[in-house]
Design a binder for this molecule. Structure first.
Ligand SMILES: O=P(O)(O)O[C@H]1O[C@H](CO)[C@@H](O)[C@H]1O
Ligand SMILES: O=c1cc[nH]c(=O)[nH]1
Length: 317
């Protein structure tokens, strides 16, 4: 897969402005184009060392999720679903030179892991978005396929996010930049969410709903759990918070959706968040379903996204 550039082909200063608009992925950084080289350190890729347009120019769908194993499994699944001619052994981790993230390319689909939490996904997204920009990708759809804690819905339900909200139930992402806090919108693509919901209706016994998703900066206290190493509130207070979240339209809690929505929106990527729920937080804090049940739950967003991508590509089951 690696396409290494000859030493002479090093300039980044091509006419980049023409790629803004028209569905091209763009960056909002006046300094980038004046750099002679851009090293995507955590992806082990770079503009001088790799021919990014040749390697990634045809990417139309990017799927991201926390776990490296899940994203490898998704890549292998997509390879089967798209019935590509190359063999399964050809699917190699493009980022094998770093153990921060993994990345697989299956035809027009890129599958990438992002680790847990806002800082981890944010670093990956900076470099991924620059990668798509350097590769001159256009009309890219990006989907986070994750796990989450449900609120007031049956475990195993798939939630398609309409609004990504913070711990105060606000549809915004606050980023500390230098010693200032700036607020970015977390609006997601409504049509894409509806398209995904319609797609889910074609899969038998597939509980799916559209709802708000809350992003927290902690799995334990931040999500109202009583079972962390620290807990500074009462059972009643924790439950009251979760009930208020439910009444505000929140149906699940995870740890990346707000920064994901904010960054993708600013850079011209149509984005969706599709997470399965592993438990009902109004009933318990611990994830206690058997391993095989959890493994099957984790596959649900993958099934839906595979169906969606095949529909978009005009492939039928
Ligand atoms: O299943 P993933 O994609 O890792 O996402 C969820 O799971 C992790 C916590 O277990 C957090 O990263 C949360 O957002
Ligand atoms: O409860 C949960 C389950 C998965 N991921 C989360 O962030 N919270």
């Amino acid at each position: 897969m690696a396409s290494i550039l000859p030493a002479s082909n090093t300039s980044m200063r091509s006419d980049r402005n023409k790629y803004i608009g028209k569905g091209f992925v763009h960056v909002k950084n006046p300094y980038l184009d004046s750099m002679d080289e851009d090293i995507l350190y955590h992806l082990d890729l770079g503009t001088k060392t790799h021919n990014l347009p040749a390697m990634f120019g045809d990417v139309k769908f990017v799927c991201v999720g926390g776990s490296p194993n899940r994203m490898k499994a998704f890549a292998l699944f997509m390879h089967k679903e798209l019935r590509l001619e190359d063999s399964e052994e050809d699917i190699k981790d493009i980022c094998a030179g770093t153990d921060r993230y993994c990345m697989y390319k299956i035809g027009p689909v890129l599958s990438i892991s992002h680790g847990m939490g806002v800082p981890s996904i944010s670093i990956m997204l900076h470099e991924l978005i620059k990668l798509l920009y350097h590769a001159r990708c256009c009309d890219v759809t990006i989907i986070r396929i994750g796990t989450s804690g449900g609120i007031g819905i049956a475990p195993g339900s798939v939630v398609i996010t309409d609004k990504a909200v913070d711990s105060f139930f606000k549809p915004q992402f606050e980023q500390v930049i230098l010693d200032d806090t700036i607020t970015r919108s977390t609006e997601l693509d409504k049509e894409l969410a509806e398209e995904l919901l319609n797609c889910s209706k074609e899969i038998p016994d597939f509980p799916t709903l559209i709802g708000h998703t809350m992003c927290t900066h902690d799995f334990y206290e931040g999500q109202g759990r009583l079972d962390g190493a620290l807990c500074s509130f009462s059972r009643e207070k924790g439950l009251d918070y979760l009930k208020r979240a439910y009444n505000a339209g929140i149906r699940n809690i995870e740890m990346e959706c707000t920064v994901f929505a904010a960054m993708c929106r600013l850079c011209g990527l149509k984005a969706a968040v599709v997470c399965v729920t592993l438990l009902n937080r109004l009933e318990c804090d611990q994830i206690n379903s058997p391993h095989d049940v959890l493994a099957e739950y984790q596959k649900r967003p993958q099934l839906l996204i595979a169906k969606f991508i095949k529909q978009r590509l005009g492939l039928h089951d």
